[in-house]
Design a protein around this ligand. Structure first.
Ligand code: CA
Length: 520
């Protein structure tokens, strides 16, 4: 007992000495955390200077603006703050950002829009928006705006000036409706402060086409479409028609605009919406604590073969109606618990989950802070906690978080410590994003499972793109796996740091490992 205690104290000392050395250097040099972060980012290998357009698939970073980076000291993230941290985002290899809604709104999350033609004063001005676009364009990065047209804010002037834009009826319909003073009812599926539009109304469509033109004209590269399943709640055919109008309208203004829809549906019904011509829909069946990725990692009876079959089916479903369409894999978003919690703060599981998500076909998305293994579950505000740049909560740039947020305690170090640490979750996610740049096959290639005799938790796929192929091999268990798989190892994503080896035509994979191979 005594010896154990002594060993513990010695260990504690060693750990403290290691983790504090950089902080001491920082103090000695008098560096602000932002400068330290920039130095560490600058020391990383720069992402390849490739042309994202040529490789098809992009990798997007989802920025919840309120909680990202505060440029003016009011504790609220803002557009200038996003612009100031583009080095971080691009340094990870992302080539685009999705901004949570930025228009004037009465809430912190801003999913209830008061004016579709302006920027919320908490976030900045139209000039700030233009500057952010210019900064992104200079880097070859794209910007997606969150287009919230299922509903507006109740106090949007349109609600009184153009009641015909909204679903108002003499009797309440299905779901959520509220009474108006005149005895009629308005639809409000999410909240009584968010009346639902009638997206079949021609005058509203003409108005919204002006909105699309306004933002595309200012340099937005496309939109993330909020709540498409509620456009006409429960009516797939009408929603597909509305989405087809939206797609045609946007592409008429900007033919290469990118549209990705949120249809929060965890069954295969999510793929029906591809008939609309929209480029991508988020792959909800693979995401969150109950999706295929978490299931594969956490449940003994879930097999890699099923996972790969479902991945192939998703890609096939996307392209059935529109050969140019592709999936939008993601693992968590602003409405879902962060991965660290349901993956038990196990860095091997967290890393491998991102390795699986980021090697899926399509345009992949990563929610801010997931690259750090940030925590956040329960109420929505907790899922949108301040970006964990540094452990000093009140340091310049740190946001104070949404009003009403509970206490969120992180299980892994902040960005300033994870950047440059080759064993960190950050470094793993970055490596996975960079592999998407290096191998266009991952985002854009065809997908075909290979027979490897790998067992329940290990297997491989062939990814073919423009006449060349790579093999992606997976071992998603803690145990070593042996696959019958000849070929030469090109790149390795190893959650543990252990490396694979080969014996003849057998690939020996350590636990929690993903390998890119060239065909034999
Ligand atoms: Ca601010």
């Amino acid at each position: 007992m005594k010896r154990f205690a002594l060993l513990f104290i010695v260990l504690l000392f060693v750990v403290a000495a290691c983790s504090s050395s950089d902080i001491n250097d920082l103090a000695a040099e008098g560096l602000a955390w932002t400068e330290l972060l920039e130095r560490r980012l600058a020391a990383l290998d720069a992402p390849a200077d490739d042309a994202a357009g040529a490789r098809g698939g992009r990798t997007w970073y989802q920025v919840f603006v309120y909680s990202f980076f505060d440029s003016d000291g009011d504790g609220i993230g803002d557009l200038n703050g996003v612009a100031q941290r583009l080095d971080y985002i691009q340094g990870m290899g992302f080539d685009g950002i999705w901004l949570s809604p930025i228009h004037p709104s009465s809430t912190y999350h801003k999913y209830n829009v008061l004016d579709y033609y302006d920027i919320d004063p908490e976030y900045g001005t139209l000039d700030d928006f233009d500057a952010l676009i210019e900064a992104c364009q200079a880097r070859g990065m794209k910007v997606l705006l969150d287009l919230v047209v299922n509903h507006s804010d109740l106090n949007h002037p349109w609600f009184t000036e153009h009641p015909e834009y909204y679903n108002i009826a003499s009797e309440a319909g299905h779901g959520q409706w509220r009474a108006l003073p005149d005895g009629r009812f308005y639809e409000c599926q999410f909240w009584d402060q968010m009346p639902d539009f009638d997206l079949e109304n021609a005058a509203l469509r003409a108005e919204l086409e002006q909105v699309f033109a306004f933002w595309l004209g200012r340099g937005a590269d496309g939109f993330r479409l909020d709540a498409t399943g509620e456009y006409v709640s429960g009516n797939t055919a009408k929603n597909i028609e509305i989405l087809a109008w939206l797609n045609d309208s946007v592409k008429a203004i900007k033919p290469d605009a990118y549209l990705v829809g949120e249809f929060w549906e965890i069954t295969n019904k999510v793929y029906e919406y591809y008939e609309s011509g929209i480029d991508s829909f988020f792959s909800f069946p693979f995401a969150a604590s109950d999706g295929y990725i978490a299931t594969l990692l956490l449940r003994d009876n879930a097999t890699i073969d099923e996972y790969l079959e479902r991945t192939a089916y998703a890609l096939e479903s996307a392209t059935r109606f529109n050969p140019a369409a592709t999936n939008a894999p993601f693992f968590t978003n602003h409405d879902q618990a962060r991965a660290a919690g349901f993956l038990r703060r196990d860095s091997n599981l967290i890393k491998t989950a991102w390795g699986l998500s980021l090697t899926q076909p399509g345009n992949a998305f990563v929610y801010y802070g997931e690259e750090l293994g940030m925590s956040g579950s329960g109420i929505d505000e907790n899922k949108r906690a301040p970006m964990f740049w540094t452990g000093e909560e009140s340091a310049p740039g740190m946001t104070s978080g949404p009003p009403g947020m509970g206490e969120v305690t992180h299980g892994f170090p902040p960005a300033v410590e994870q950047v440059g640490d080759s064993g960190s979750i950050f470094s793993y996610v970055r490596e996975a994003v960079l592999l998407r740049r290096k191998y266009p096959h991952i985002g854009s290639g065809a997908f075909e499972a290979i027979d490897t005799d790998g067992g329940a938790k290990s297997g491989a796929v062939l990814r073919s793109w423009q006449g060349s192929s790579i093999i992606v091999a997976y071992n998603v268990s803690s145990e070593e796996a042996r696959l019958t798989l000849p070929g030469s190892i090109q790149d390795v994503l190893s959650a543990t740091g252990d490396m694979p080896s080969q014996q003849g035509g057998t690939l020996i994979m350590p636990g929690y490992c993903i390998i890119i191979m060239a065909e034999a």
